[in-house]
Design a protein around this ligand. Sequence first.
Ligand code: SF4
Ligand code: SF4
Length: 440
Amino acid sequence: MVKPIGPICNLDCEYCYYLHKEELYLGNKSWKMSPPTLREYIQQYYDAQPAGVQEVTFAWQGGEPTLLGLEFFRHVVELQQELRPPHVRVVNALQTNGVLLNTDWAQFFREQQFLIGLSIDGPAELHDRYRYDKQGRPTFPAVHRALKLLRDEQVDFNTLVVVNRHNGDHGRKVYTYLRDNGVRFMQFIPIVEQRGIGQHAEGNATADSTTGEKRWDDRVSSRSVRPEQLGWFLIEVFDEWIQRDVGQVFVQLFDQTFGAWLGHEPSLCVFRKQCGRALAMEHNGDVYSCDHFVESEYRLGNIQELPLIEMANSTRQREFGVAKESTLPQYCRDCEVRFVCNGECPKNRFIETPGGEAGLNYLCGGYRMFFNHVRPMMELMVAEHRAGRHVSNVMHRLRGRVVPAAQRSPSADASSVGRNDPCPCGSGRKYKKCCALGRD
Ligand code: SF4
Ligand code: SF4
């Protein structure tokens, strides 16, 4: 993952974990990746690929990469072609807030077969809660326009929704808004801001700008999705999807989940046993262990001094990746959905298990609830697949059997389940030892 303009962005999203990375490069004169660094990176990235690889994917992120202008990316494509090993197909993925997109960008993306990730948190009333510009103005009109542009210009794109405290009770609403506007590929990423870590230090975290709400709960910011809220959000999306959209709409988490039920290890780093292959590179060629660990202690080196491949294969980086598995609490090792969850991302592992062991994922309750909820449907889908039929058959088999998500209001469930009651996720454990973990 490359940051060709570092953390520089034209928006000021309240939960952004990257804006404050400017502090790593105090006194920096230019955030734009220089032509020599760009060339060096592309060459080294090709050199670092396994022998015989047929497709190489470059991932451009920010900050906001479109601030570099179209000419920068035209030059990227030229360099990629100039340096490309024979028989290698190049794919570019670019994550954007969409605000600067116009027809020229869209045509370029289509012609060059870029895969675009568009950040959008749902319809206006949900999106505009945390995603605003430097003047504090809402961004939904521009982002909605970008969505329609990408769709109508037939650009390959997916949407990235940050599931937060504000949109977290509206999974179905977010999903149907995207689906009904022609989105076919979706990602849902939970936001967890641990107290005292990241952009919003405790000192300036007094009250929310619009609601006056306290910014910090015990352990997380008041923007962070609650574990159980995430569980219900994903269940609502899943229940809508499984009844009418299988084979038409692709949700990354559901693909990963289905793959795991088929016996494959998930490909997404957060659900893999180990991680460490998703390095992040800053505009000046500094390489870090992961996009979520762009901090001086996780800096592996600079591509002008050390080949990328050496950094990727270094002992430090291997240890970083192995730690995801070796630090997993026993509670996770014994978990019935470990094969698909694997303790999720280490950055979120800061609560204790019921037995008092440190290092349980803050979102555990939500993921456990979701994975247990989808189990019977996953088993049906696997049966269809193994019988040589399309998994979308599951929609016919389930007709009338799925309880519509709307009947299970998150607030009703949260208040009606006692801490010693059986957990509503169906795990068989007490609520307090299952989905209630991580709740405040
Ligand atoms: S720390 Fe988290 S986000 Fe980073 S590579 Fe590991 S699992 Fe992925
Ligand atoms: S659901 Fe919870 S207990 Fe199970 S593997 Fe994930 S984080 Fe661990």
